[in-house]
Structures are given as C-alpha cells and as structure tokens.
Design a protein around this ligand. Structure first.
Ligand code: ADP
Ligand code: MG
Length: 623
C-alpha cells in the first residue's frame, strides 16, 4: 500500500469530527443550545422537541440576540464572543470553544433566527449538513430562536445508536432540568410531545428561590427534608464557595441519580465530588444507598479546568484537597446541626396509611361491623385503631387491654443508661422537639405529644443510635470506659474466629472490649464497654467475629472500628419488647434531642415519625 500524503482536512470534515465529540445524542444539542441561551442572558428559555429530538429541536430565548453581521460568524468554527485570548483560563461562560453551532450545522439542518434589542428587525441564517445559506431578513422577537431538524440524517452510524424516542426524551429533559437547577432566575418551558412537559417559573435569586426550583425538579420529599449548606473558604486564586441543599440522611435512594453537582453553574459528574459527598454522609446512610442533594461549588475560574472534555461533564480543580474539604465540612455541619431531625417522609407515609385505611376500600366502616367479623388478628392493617368494642377476638383483646393500661404507670426500675432530666415539667417537655411522653405501646413504641402533633419513637432503633454515637464519641476522645467482669467470660469459637479476634484485640480494646486468647478456639473476655451495660458477652463476641470476617482487612481501621461500634451498639440497646418507665422514655427523648444524627438508626431507618395535628384533623375530616 502506498502511504497517503499528508493533507489539510476540509472544514466540513473538521466540523463533523468535532460534532462526533460534542454531539452524542439529541440531548447534547439541547445542552449546547440552552447553554448558549443562558450565556446570552435570557430570562426565559423554551425547549421544544419532536421525535426524541431527531425530527426537531427548537430552543427560543429572550436573550441578547445576534446581529445580522455576527450571524455568519456564529456558525463559523472557533468563532466565539466568550473567550478573551488574553486569558484562556478565565472562563466565565458556559460556552467558550465556539464549536457547537458549526458542529451541529454539519450533521443536521440548523436554522438561526435572531434579533438584538437595538435592531429594528431580525435576520436569519441556515446551515444544512455543512452547506451555509446567506443571511436573510426574518420576523422574530428580540432574542434568538434556533431550530435543529433531521439530526444525524446524514450520519446513519450515529442514528443506529439512538435509543427509543422515550429514552431520548428523558435524556433531553434531564439535561434541561440540570441546567434549570443551576439557574433559578431563568424560567424554563420544556415540551417533548410527551405528557405535560416541564414548566418552571422564574424564581427569586435567593436561597428560597433556589430551593423552590430544586423542589420543583427533585420533588416534595426533597423540599421537606432539604438542609441548606454554605461554606466559604479561600481558594488558590479567589474565594471557594460551597452552597446548595442536601437531604436528611433518612432520605436516600438506591442510586446516585438524584445527586446533582455543579461547578460554576455547570452540571458535572465528577468522581472527586461524588467521593466527597459520600465521605460527608459517612455511616449515616446505609451501605449501597445514596443521599439526595444539589451541591454548587463556585470557584475562581482560574482554579478549575473545564477544558478536560468538549462536553464538559468533567472538571479538574487546581486544589483538589481544598475543594473536597470544603464540601465535607459544609455537608457535615448541616447534618450535625439537623441533630435528631428525621425525614418528614415517615409522617407523610403514616398519614397516607391512616387515610388509605380509613377512607378507601373498607365497606362497611369498621365500627359498623359485627364483632365476630373481626377475627383474631388486627384486620385494620398497620397503624389503625382498635374499635371501641370489648367483645372481640383473643388477639385483639390482648392488644386492647394493653392499650387501655394506665400508660404512665411505673413498670420497671430505670436501667441507669439514661441521663434523667428532672428539671422540666411535662408542659415544658411538650415544647421540646420530641415532646412529652404519653405512652409506650407494644413495648417498643413511645408515643409523645409535641407542641403541634405527636411523634412515635422506635425505642430500640433510637437507643441503638444513641449508644453508637456515644461509643464513637468516646472512641474519638480516646477513652472508652470499660467495666471489668468479675470472672472472665470464656467464649468457645471456631479456631479461625478466635484467631481473628485475638489479632484485632488492640483495636477492640480501644472500643472497650478487652479480650485475650484462651487456648485454641477460645477467648477470655475480661472487660466490656461500660456503655453497653450488662451485655450478653457471647452473643456480642460472635457478632463481632462476623463483622470482622465480613469486612476482611480491606477497610481502613477507623471505618472498621465504626462498623464494630455499630454492632456493639446493637447489643447495648434497649430491645424492643422491654417496658420502660416514664422517666426512661423521657430521658431517651431528651437524649435524642441532644445527640447529633439521632434521627436515623444505624441501619438508616428513621428512629421516629411525626404526625402533625393538622394531619390528624384531616384524617378525621375536621379540615
Ligand atoms: P460558544 O458558545 O462556545 O461561544 P457556539 O458555537 O455555541 O460557541 O456559539 C457561537 C457564538 O454564537 C457564541 O459565542 C455567541 O456569540 C453566539 N450565540 C450562540 N447562541 C446564541 C444565543 N442563543 N443568543 C445570543 N448569541 C448566541
Ligand atoms: Mg455554546
């Protein structure tokens, strides 16, 4: 084969190659066009698509517009109004390469109609698969309307990779949503031909405005459970600001799709940022689950390189450690300040469960039924009330009898685990966030009356979290109080398991569990963490073996200690099924209020749910 001579590629070929990088699918076109509209200072942007964006994409804006003289330049490669050649690193707009419009024009029919505010009339220009048609006059409002038709029609290889129309519509709408989250001051309308489309009114340029925009996109759950974050630090060349909203740890999802990250107003998917978020939530989120959040990082343009990829989903920071640290502390501070707050979702679900039971699909109403219909179990499902009738089946009568028990009667001696708060009167307690104790039911749920409703606390889950947080705190302070056993407890184990424990003896000692080998296949436990109280030593040791074996040595020690602490906490917790005295219950609630992260148990479930009086009234049709 004769070698090919080196020659300059034609502009059309260059544009098509660039298009391959910039335009992967219809959503990429939407991204470029909407970014241009944002850069043009638009206050409203409308996106319309047909056929998943392959037939038509139209983006209209009310921004600066393009003059008739500039129109030919706009579709010329490397022509941009956004980059100063004096400082290539000072990038303040979303666009800067000047390659989107020529690229799109090389693989579709592109039509641009535009008018500047100063111009009396508008003009238009077209490019069809690389062939430019001359500028012509056009009737158009101030702003720009860009239409892209027959995308990829001349590049069948690309067409083959298109997913279903629905999938393309979803990607396209995801793109608009991400950009809309970063720009609450701009109104957005999206019409893909499917269902209702998206309508996002302009919001104020405040935290509230931003939250309203995020809520409109991420949903009501997020709106209810979002905590504001803000952290400012010095970056390498200018200020570094981390802001936005993060969900309570009890609000989690199966994947990271609802984690929205932005750098200087640009939606990004960046491993560094995702890792920082993960570290910030740490053990508050169950493994394999992801929190919901929208985090905005703003840095001096010179401290970040957005030039890594033409589609600009990745960024490179000049000072990675600094950014990571700022994200972790911003989120960490918000989560710690949220303290005992658990997801509002629990309360909403509770209300829904009540409603579903009370009003739907139950004919006739429960209290009209003959008692014999009721049978043994609780026929009303979770959370429903027992009817006011004493003549019912055996299962119910026990539950009923219990419900009727004097709820505040002393049942047990205080266990001594709790710090008892004698100062407040019941009235004062009611004003505290978790309210005043009214009853314990089914020996696991504490009912408390709050200023504006009631809360139901899962005593086991709550106490487990308290013990865990205390273990971690004393671990961090380097002093876990132990209690010595009068006679060492000998636990017989599989020899490998015994070895594993002995190998980790010093780490376990740091957590307050002092043990040593006792011949092959046994360990002698001499001291246990005082926090755990009287603990079933053998059960604890066996459980720790499975924690240690399960994780191997892959995890760093600190992480592993926390996992072990979490296991220990489970053993030291008030089990469900134990009756508590009023003082114990009250102390538990007060402890929860005072302990950070007590809104969810170590497994990520909420430790309590709250029901507002307004919701209760709604259930009874009073509202
Ligand atoms: P870039 O955005 O990287 O500058 P583009 O190819 O996307 O490159 O756009 C080229 C130029 O066309 C922009 O720099 C801008 O001056 C102009 N332009 C594009 N879209 C619009 C718009 N919607 N409103 C006003 N000007 C626009
Ligand atoms: Mg652009």
């Amino acid at each position: 084969m004769t070698p090919l001579a080196i020659r300059q590629l034609s502009p059309e070929t260059i544009n098509r190659i660039a298009a391959g990088e910039v335009v992967e699918r219809p959503a990429s076109v939407v991204k470029e066009l909407v970014e241009n509209a944002i850069d043009a200072g638009a206050r409203g942007i409308e996106v319309v698509s047909a056929g998943g964006g392959l037939q038509l994409i139209r983006v209209s804006d009310d921004g600066s517009g393009i003059s008739a003289e500039d129109l030919p330049l706009a579709i010329e490669r490397h022509a941009t109004s956004k980059l100063s050649e004096d400082d290539l690193f000072d990038i303040r707009n979303l666009g800067f390469r000047g390659e989107a419009l020529p690229s799109i024009g090389s693989i579709a029919r592109l039509d641009i109609r535009s008018r500047t505010r100063a111009a009396a009339s508008g003009s238009a220009i077209g490019v069809a698969f690389g062939a430019v048609s001359p500028v012509r006059p056009a009737a158009v409002n101030p702003g720009t309307v860009i239409e892209v038709r027959e995308l990829f029609a001349a590049t069948p290889a690309r067409l083959k990779f298109m997913k279903s129309e629905r999938a393309e519509n979803m990607a396209l709408s995801e793109t608009v949503k991400r950009l809309a989250m970063a720009h609450p001051g701009i109104g957005f309308v999206l019409q893909t031909g499917e269902r209702k489309g998206l309508q996002l009114p302009r919001e104020a340029d405040t935290d509230d405005g931003r939250l309203a925009r995020l809520g409109a996109i991420m949903g009501r759950d997020f709106l209810n459970d979002a905590l504001p974050i803000r952290m400012e630090a010095a970056g390498a060349s200018g200020r570094l600001v981390v802001s936005g909203f993060v969900g309570l740890p009890t609000l989690h999802r199966a994947d990271a799709r609802e984690q929205y990250l932005f750098v200087n107003g640009r939606p990004v998917r960046d491993r560094l940022l995702i890792g920082a978020v993960k570290a910030a939530y740490g053990d508050l989120i169950p493994r394999g689950r992801s929190p919901m959040l929208a985090v905005f990082v703003d840095v001096d343009p010179r401290d970040v390189d957005v030039n890594v990829h033409p589609a600009k989903a990745e960024v490179r920071f000049r000072d990675v450690g600094n950014v990571r640290h700022a994200i972790i502390s911003a989120i960490g501070a918000a989560l710690a300040a949220a303290g005992h707050r658990a997801s509002a979702r629990g309360g909403v679900l509770t209300a829904e469960a009540f409603e579903a039971d009370a009003f739907h699909g139950r004919e006739p109403a429960p209290f009209e039924r003959a008692p014999s219909d009721l049978g043994g179990g609780n026929p009303y499902g979770v959370g429903s009330a027992v009817p006011f009738n004493s003549d019912h089946g055996p299962g119910l009568s026990r539950a009923y009898a219990e419900a009727m028990q004097a709820p505040l009667a002393g049942l047990n001696e205080p266990s001594g685990h709790f710090a008892i708060d004698n100062a407040a009167t019941p009235d004062e307690r009611q004003l505290r966030p978790l309210g005043a104790v009214r009853a314990q039911i089914h020996e696991n749920y504490i009912i408390a009356q709050t200023a504006d409703g009631l809360v139901i606390v899962d005593q086991h889950a709550a106490h487990e979290r308290l013990v865990y947080e205390r273990l971690k705190a004393s671990l961090a302070a380097g002093k876990v109080a132990t209690q010595g056993l009068l006679i060492p407890a000998i636990v017989n184990l599989d020899p490998d398991d015994a070895d594993l424990l002995v190998e980790n003896a010093s780490a376990l000692a740091a957590l307050g569990l002092v043990l040593e080998g006792f011949g092959p296949g046994a360990v002698a436990v001499r001291e246990t963490p005082a926090l755990l109280g009287d603990v079933d030593v053998e059960g604890l040791v066996r459980d720790l073996v499975s924690e240690l074996a399960g994780e191997g040595t892959a995890r760093v020690l600190a992480d592993r200690l926390e996992a072990v602490a979490s296991r220990m906490a489970c053993h030291g917790s008030v089990r469900s099924g134990r009756r508590l005295t009023t003082q114990e219950m009250d102390a538990l609630l007060r402890d929860m209020e005072a302990t950070p992260y007590s809104g969810q148990c170590n497994h990520g479930r909420p430790t309590y749910v709250a029901l507002k009086l307004a919701d209760i009234e709604r259930l009874f049709g009073r509202r």
